[in-house]
Ligand binder design. Structure first.
Ligand code: ZN
Length: 371
């Protein structure tokens, strides 16, 4: 699916589902290699890497993130033709930066889909005060974590002009002479709120020489990135269990090995117990671990509790001169921070590589004994 299409149009749910099916098949089977098991659920695969997924992301959310880019570009490209066309058709938003987001037209048009992203998009934008001419004092997010109108609702109710820009309220020299225009004299609770507002604004620094700007709160540079918006949209949905992300993805081992350890951490690698569940009609031997020929083969047994593997773990910990009590599961093992090789970057990298190498070697040995 070309990004071009996703960045211009809202794709229907049925199309998104079809694309995701293609992605799923490609991930697990490659091209033209026949049908294979989908080892990990698609919802997990779609999560960001930091939350244990592969960072695929839902295609619908990627679509929204890409559409958001137009909202970012619109006020920054005032002299371009596309800006002028949109402005002439839809008019300006009351905030003076964006195009009108209320698109009443019933027929399908690209801007309608883009306008629908505005609510999500605007949560992550904030204004940076320069000359204060384009930022609305009460209604825009520029001071604190909410617009001042929401922070000080009593005062907001009695202001004459709710859309007034900062520059009309603020005098041009420091200390500022505030020019609030309230409809009537303030009551006691309103005066209290007013004092609170003035205290808060005490530390305001304004550079009158530069124009107001809008920044993107999700990136350190203040500039919009599709990736940051997409990640924020993905994070919004549901909580995430703890996953040993650092050990799996930050380790300095080949990608093939990383993806293998990712499957091991989820206990989804094709050990005989799982394989037997997936292929009930096949006579496998889930009760026999090929390494010790005694216990059944499961991920936790093979990579952690099997006497042969345990011997290897013990030798590794001996090298690091450390006593070790085996944890309950292999994912716990990958999550625990052992500082045995020191806290330095080098020590951590070495330790992660050693653990992963051990798991990889055990898998290769197991496969060599079976096939
Ligand atoms: Zn065993």
């Amino acid at each position: 699916m070309p990004c071009y299409f996703l960045s211009l149009f809202k794709i229907p749910a049925s199309v998104a589902a079809k694309i995701e099916r293609l992605q799923r098949d490609f991930l697990w089977s490659g091209v033209g290699e026949g049908k294979r098991d989908h080892l990990v659920s698609w919802d997990v695969v779609c999560k960001p890497k930091a939350n244990g997924g592969l960072g695929f992301g839902k295609i619908a959310l990627r679509n929204v993130a890409l559409l958001g880019k137009w909202l970012w570009r619109y006020p920054r490209e005032g002299s371009t033709l596309w800006h002028k066309v949109i402005l002439s058709i839809y008019g300006s938003h009351s905030n003076g930066w964006d195009a009108n987001t209320i698109v009443r037209w019933s027929h399908r048009c690209p801007w309608k889909a883009i306008a629908q992203v505005f609510q999500e998009f605007s949560k992550f934008t904030r204004f940076v005060v320069g000359d204060g001419e384009r930022i609305r004092f009460w209604e825009d997010l520029w001071w604190g974590d909410q617009p001042l109108g929401s922070q000080y609702p009593r005062l907001f109710r009695v202001v004459t002009d709710k859309n007034i820009p900062i520059s009309s309220i603020l005098g041009s020299t420091h200390p500022f002479s505030w020019n609030f225009n309230f409809r009537r004299n303030l009551s006691d609770p309103e005066i209290e709120e007013f004092e609170c507002l003035m205290r808060s604004l005490d530390c305001l620094h304004v550079s009158f020489s530069i124009p107001d700007a809008r920044s993107w709160s999700l990136s350190s540079s203040g500039l919009f990135t599709v990736k940051s918006f997409f990640l924020a949209l993905s994070h919004c949905s549901g909580s995430h269990p703890v996953f040993p992300t650092k050990c799996v993805w930050k380790s300095q081992v080949p990608f093939k090995v990383k993806s293998f350890v990712w499957l091991v951490a989820y206990k989804k690698e094709n050990t005989n117990d799982l394989l037997q569940l997936r292929r009930p009609y096949k006579a496998l031997s889930p009760d026999i671990c090929k390494l010790c020929m005694r216990n059944g083969e499961s991920v936790d047994h093979l990579f952690l509790h099997c006497p042969l593997t345990m011997g290897l773990w013990h030798r590794l910990f001996q090298l690091a001169k450390m006593d070790w009590v085996p944890p309950r599961s292999i994912s716990d093992m990958l999550s625990i921070n052992y500082n045995d090789f020191g806290l330095s970057e080098r020590g951590i990298v070495l330790w992660q590589a050693a653990c992963i190498a051990l798991i990889w070697v055990v898998w290769r040995e197991r496969n060599a004994r079976i096939f």
